[in-house]
Write a protein of this length. Sequence first.
Length: 337
Amino acid sequence: MVLLIAALLVGVLLAVQASANQQLSKAVGTPYGASTLQLVLAATLLVALAAGTGTSGALRSAGGVEPGWLLLAGMASPLYITAGILLLPRLGALAAMGLFVTGQVLASLVLDLSGLLAVPRQPLTPGILLGGVALVVGIAVIVSASAAISQVRLPASAAPGLPAVGGHVSTPGAAGRPATAVRPTAAHPGWIALGLLAGAALPVQGALNAQLRRQIPAPLAVATISFTVATLTIAALLLALLALRRTPTPRLRPLRGMPWWGWLGGLCAAAYVTATFVLIPVVGAAVTVALTVTGQQIASALIDHFGWFRMARRALTSARAAGLALLVTGSVLVQLA
């Protein structure tokens, strides 16, 4: 029972990570700089953890990995993290996390049914089919219900330097709350596609890391390699965007005034990776993923509804609650059917 509760809490970490990264992006002034800082922190924590557990020596095995491109699996992480920073202010935590989960589960289905990337091939069962349908209907309901809200209160600096989705006007904040900007919530198809793509990248990353673990037996060493590659990837992207003047220069001084929990993104990422490596061999991959998704979606709904972590408040309407129920049910059916 303790491990099952732990799996739920691991899912909560993903929702907290995405929300905390909003504050990091606000302070740094660019989502790409925030992603770089978060991944540097996560990679540093994993290196320290690997050294503390005596598994850092396994990192030397990376030079003999065949094929070498398996080491690039970590490139999915900066896509996922940056997409979260971009999408949460526009769609809200529930819709953004729902898109990630939908992309993740649908990509997992493709890998399972086709046997691509050395994933053991699985038959298509009625339960999996029903779960897939519930998943797609659930995210459609959530996104539609979010778009039905004509305007929301959004922190004016939630996505600094990013193009506005439609017009916006400044309004004074309520007592005890920062000033806000009002923006329409209609989701652009491009943002929806980004959310699905970012979610779909995770099972691909997982499949490649599974092959990597067969050659590097220490799971923490694999995680460290993955996050190191992720850090180098987003750092290279940041430098390229700076050279092309497509993103503001990262600011470090405002980090002093950032809430302490703005640093939780890197900690959550490292904790998530470590926890899944511990949980999957004990409770199984399917149960771990099902409970993780459930925790992630419930936490996202609460963050939206109560405006935690200085996020814009988006009420959990009956339509959004129904979509959430379908999304969680579909995810559980796909994993456990």
